[in-house]
Design a protein around this ligand. Structure first.
Ligand code: MEV
Length: 328
């Protein structure tokens, strides 16, 4: 929808995808690189609808079954935070007369970037409503403020990949580098059904790092090295090499202490059914795993994980832009 005064009367919509971390979570908080990709099959949507003057701002979080007034939201409410930050950043003061209706198909606390996606959808909807065009950098910077509220010490990778909607090489403090995969990579994203807030796992790794800094720095370095090899494998179009790197990353994540029995319960059957590689994605200790699979093995691997207890399996294809219509 184009922005402008008509838009303002009828309302506006913003959307944003989910995300997965392909390689490098946790170490990325400590300055190592990581690779993340958007998952457009999972989406957050925000609709902004004008209300009569004096009504104030109302937030309807459909999936959470919540409907509340902005000024009554608790200080740590991330949706209210996103609305306030964007409203002010776009040059306004006070509280607008708006209803903001939010839907999302991205599981919460599953490592798929639901918080960043919902905040991004809100920022984009308000931008359209106000007739503002916003760059991915601006969106990412605004959403980072809500990520801090949700995650404590986030690296910024979630808001970045969700705002850019492209595979990115991310390193804290440097501009993100979007890049092109050299071929199609087929991934299954399987949900353990265990919700695991990123804030908790990031805090657990921090406590472990504080107790044994040298040991954890070594693990982070090893993760950083395999992330660099991962980008090369992706750009040169080598699923087999990327699969091996996913497995190696998973082993290092185990050593960081963020795997869990529910994650391992899905990884084993996926590998036995022919996956090229598999790992947890995001904070860990629950949430989702990602599994790289050759197209011919997709159904067998999907079935194996469902039989092992996966509550949902979503397929996504990481495709070069020339073949992007295949991606999901
Ligand atoms: C969360 O998607 C990824 C983590 O590395 C946390 C972060 O980067 O902020 C676990």
């Amino acid at each position: 929808m184009t922005a402008g005064s008509d838009t303002k009367r009828v309302g506006a919509t913003g959307t944003a995808p989910g995300k997965i971390i392909l390689l490098g979570e946790h170490a990325v908080v400590y300055g190592r690189p990581a690779i993340a990709v958007p998952v457009t099959r999972l989406q957050a949507t925000a609709h902004v609808v004008p209300l009569p003057a004096g009504t104030g701002t109302w937030i309807r979080a459909v999936d959470l079954g919540r409907y509340y007034r902005l000024h009554q939201a608790p200080a740590d409410d991330p949706l209210a935070h996103a609305v306030r930050i964007a409203w002010r950043a776009f040059g306004n003061s006070g509280e607008p007369d708006l209803e903001i209706v939010i839907h999302s198909t991205i599981p919460i606390a599953g490592g798929l970037g639901s918080g960043a996606a919902v905040a991004t959808a809100v920022v984009r909807a308000l931008a359209v409503y106000l007739g503002r065009s916003v760059s991915p950098e601006e969106v990412s910077a605004l959403v980072y403020e809500t990520e801090k509220l949700l995650h404590g010490t986030p690296s910024g990778i979630d808001n970045t990949v969700v705002a850019y909607e492209r595979p990115i090489w991310f390193r804290r403090g440097t501009p993100p580098e979007p890049f092109e995969p050299g071929t199609c990579f087929h991934l299954l994203i399987a949900d353990t059904g265990v919700s695991s807030p990123t804030r908790d796992t990031v805090a657990a790794v921090r406590a472990a790092w504080q107790a044994e800094p040298d040991h954890y720095e070594t693990l982070f370095d090893r993760i950083g090295t395999l992330v660099a090899r991962g980008r090369a494998a992706m750009m040169s179009g080598s699923p087999a090499r990327l699969g091996t790197l996913l497995d190696e990353n998973q082993e290092l994540l185990r050593q960081l202490g963020v795997s869990s029995p529910e994650i391992e319960q899905l990884l084993g059957p996926a590998k036995s059914a022919g996956a090229l590689g598999a790992k947890l994605s995001g904070g860990g200790r629950g949430g989702n795993i990602i599994v790289l699979v050759e197209p011919a093995r997709l159904e067998a691997v999907r079935r194996a994980m469902q039989q092992a207890g996966a509550v949902r399996v979503v397929e996504t294809v990481l495709a070069p832009s020339s073949r992007r219509d295949q991606s999901s």
